[in-house]
Write a protein that binds this ligand. Structure first.
Ligand code: ADP
Ligand code: MG
Length: 729
């Protein structure tokens, strides 16, 4: 019998780090080399066209079709000078990846030849034949048109020979079929609502931008070992595998020395990411062996989302070059930490005021308090929805484990901010601020340091922590599109801010002075949003009870969590903020449930195959070897003594028999449970059936397989083990 596992291990041992060519230039010289950024726009576009385009990008003015041709010409010239022969509309369908369809820059010239062609029309809008992307029934086949439309706020870039044009993807009737379209609408909604609130404090603010700084965790495994694990290849995670005797107990991997082969990969990845304008800054080992993290400097949210999508696909490509596979699954290995993607989120005005950071004056600090408290209001009111935005079949394994935020959304504020809010809530209003002559209003509270460095608490158990000048949403899955979480967060905050200014305006209309009105409403909201504020240990059992008592959403059944999107409150919010309508929300939920079911279905099938083709044959093969040995012993020593001397082997023979019997029965039950679940008509009920019946059955099967791994001879076991997968040589 050929054991693939040993061949794979041998190959993995031979690997040396690839030589990575260090660029002769400094990063600032090759940063953005393949991006059509402002400098390039200025160089390749006529001045008036450049100015109009910048107005579209900066001020959201309508794109004038008359400039589209000129922009396309300039872009094409630039792209060709960088070796591009093709172009594609690059979009983000609901599959969590990106999609592209490449076309060459050529057209018939009408005389039997070819000419190079790229018009404004082709730049601005396309109709990709993309009818097989999930759409939840929005596009029936008779109107199966989906349009991709250029998003000029995210610059075009070149990958290999292709000019990639970031686009939104919408149906013929205008409904969103992707992540980008609702993300842009949610960004617009926060911009409008936050600008209005800002103007209470700073008259010259015209716009508010959303910032996103993501931290991407991932695992690397050797490619040969990966190919010897059909479960990793087909599902992205190990469906079986006993713990390695040593894994992360010693905490020796975290921030440790990066293995040489991994260093080479990281360096290569970083250079290529920088060339694409992704401002990579941090790289380090993570907690689990084989786990790493990369974080760029934060950017405007839409751009940051695109960059994260781009980085994830770049990682896969670069990993392959280094004979690695990158695992973006949230829980590729049991028993060690899974991977997430922290989303650092904040708001900034067009004149550079960071709204979630404290300032020096009364005015700045009151504004700071308003943005903190209204963010809390948003998260409080829609905590279940926010959780739904990060839930998936794969992230389900991670949330709630003692390694990632629990499946209850709460917000950590730290001592300083907690004290500050308490002070504002409890003290006499007269004491909060008093008019002090020429220095203007003062807050009667200890000065808030501008940078709350010591507040960047390492309370890793909080899913939504305030970390000094931003909130950090830590429950996002490593493989997810950040947009899913950002759409919900932005929309809820927009709603909260709008609601806030409406109430303030009502008080002012009644004759109350503005600062006093603001304080009144803020005091009310500090009280209302209290249940979401939790600085304690999110892993503690007592927190679950307490959270339930506080009325927070404690649902942990993933398909049921998706229901929150269709709550009347949620629909009302998405519709009034102009982000999505009921039809879109319903369709997207169909996609979520269907995706959930499909993922579990594939896992269950792979588990069935592996059990029947690997585990049981190997275990029974070993069992026969042992039986032969027992027979030999009986032949030599006689029945009684022979069996006595073979006690250990007999015990293992029995254990293998018992476990393989159980496994076979359970695999049969698994198949039947699937058949049963597949009969369910509604996507929602089917997903729930998969969650309730298939997932627990797979866990039971796994338990016995992992026990068999411990007793079967290592030389027969065909699947690379955890100790081999997790430690990179
Ligand atoms: P850590 O959470 O490990 O302390 P960093 O301090 O390096 O990490 O920051 C993590 C991410 O948060 C980075 O992408 C960083 O640019 C981003 N970040 C920092 N300040 C803000 C902010 N005000 N708004 C949004 N993102 C921010
Ligand atoms: Mg962080």
């Amino acid at each position: 019998m050929v054991n693939l596992r040993f061949g794979a291990i041998e190959e993995a041992y031979k690997k040396r780090p690839l030589e990575v060519k260090t660029p002769t230039e400094r990063p600032e010289q090759f940063y953005g080399k393949y991006v059509f950024n402002r400098t390039m726009m200025y160089k390749y576009l006529p001045v008036d066209v450049y100015q109009k385009l910048i107005d579209v990008i900066d001020n959201g003015s309508r794109l004038d079709r008359s400039i589209a041709d000129a922009v396309a010409q300039g872009m094409k010239k630039w792209a060709e000078e960088h070796g591009a022969t093709h172009y594609t509309h690059w979009f983000q369908p609901l599959t969590e990846g990106t999609a592209e369809k490449h076309d060459a820059f050529i057209e018939h010239d009408g005389k039997g030849g070819m000419i190079e062609e790229f018009s404004g029309k082709l730049l601005v809008q396309q109709e990709p034949d993309a009818s097989s992307f999930p759409n939840g029934g929005i596009r029936n086949t008779f109107e199966a048109r989906g349009y991709s439309a250029w998003d000029p706020t995210s610059p075009v870039f070149i990958i290999e020979d292709t000019l990639c044009i970031p686009t939104i993807f919408i149906s013929y009737t205008g409904e969103s079929l992707d992540y980008k379209a609702p993300l842009l609408k949610s960004l617009h909604a926060v911009n409008v609502a936050a600008t209005k609130v800002c103007q209470y404090f700073y008259q010259d603010v015209k716009q508010v931008h959303t910032n996103l700084g993501w931290e991407q965790e991932y695992f690397l495994v050797d490619e040969n070992l990966y190919f010897a694990r059909p479960d990793l290849m087909l599902t992205g995670r190990t469906l079986m595998g006993h713990d390695s005797a040593k894994n992360q107990q010693m905490d020796d991997h975290y921030f440790g020395t990066i293995p040489e082969r991994v260093q080479a990969f990281m360096k290569d990845l970083e250079i290529q990411a920088l060339e694409l304008g992704i401002p990579c800054k941090t790289r380090h080992n993570e907690v689990a062996p084989g786990q790493f993290e990369l974080a760029p400097i934060f950017e405007e949210c839409n751009l940051a989302v695109d960059h994260n999508m781009l980085l994830m696909s770049l990682m896969k490509k670069v990993a392959h070059k280094h004979s690695f596979r990158v695992l973006l699954h949230e829980k590729p290995f049991n028993g060690v930490n899974g991977s997430g993607k922290h989303n650092n989120w904040s708001l900034t005005t067009d004149n550079g005021i960071l709204l979630h950071a404290a300032g020096k004056t009364f005015n700045d600090n009151l504004r700071f308090v308003v943005f903190i408290v209204e963010t809390l209001m948003a998260v409080y009111k829609h905590n279940g929805l926010l959780k739904a935005s990060v839930m998936s079949a794969t992230n389900d394994h991670r949330l709630g484990g003692n390694e990632a935020p629990p499946a209850i959304i709460s917000s950590f504020l730290g001592k300083q901010i907690s004290d500050l809010l308490e002070h504002i809530e409890k003290s006499d209003k007269e004491n909060i601020f008093s008019l002090r002559g020429k220095t203007g209003l003062q807050m009667d509270i200890p000065e808030i340091p501008e940078l709350l460095i010591d507040n960047t608490d390492r309370n890793r158990t909080s899913p939504f922590a305030f970390t000094g000048n931003r909130f950090e949403f830590r429950a996002v899955g490593s493989g997810a599109n950040c947009a899913s979480a950002m759409i919900v967060l932005n929309t809820t905050v927009a709603e909260a801010l709008q609601n806030f200014s409406e109430r303030v305006d009502a008080l002012v209309a009644k004759g109350e002075e503005l600062p006093s009105a603001i304080i009144d409403i803020i005091r009310e909201d500090i009280k209302t949003s209290k249940p979401i504020h939790f600085d304690g240990n999110g892993y503690a059992e007592s927190w679950k009870k307490e959270a339930l008592r506080r009325g927070l959403d404690c649902e942990s059944n993933c398909p049921k969590c998706f229901d929150r999107y269709l709550d009347e409150d949620s629909i009302k919010m998405f519709e009034s903020m102009n982000v999505m309508n009921r039809n879109e929300l319903e369709a997207r939920n169909e996609v979520k449930w269907e995706t959930y079911t499909k993922k579990i279905q594939i896992e269950a099938r792979v588990m069935g195959d592996l059990t029947m083709n690997h585990i049981i044959p190997v275990a029974t093969h070993y069992q026969s070897q042992l039986a032969k040995n027992v027979q030999n012993m009986v032949n030599i020593f006689g029945d009684v003594e022979g069996k006595k001397l073979s006690e250990r082997n007999i015990k293992i023979i029995r254990e293998i028999a018992e476990r393989t019997n159980i496994i076979e029965t359970e695999v049969e039950e698994l198949v039947n449970a699937r058949k049963q679940a597949n009969k369910t008509e509604s996507q929602r009920d089917r997903a729930i059936a998969y969650h309730d019946t298939i997932v627990p059955k797979m866990e039971e099967i796994r338990y016995h397989i992992d026990k068999l791994e411990l007793v079967v001879s290592d030389e027969l076991w065909t699947l690379p083990k955890y100790r081999e997968l997790l430690f990179i040589r």
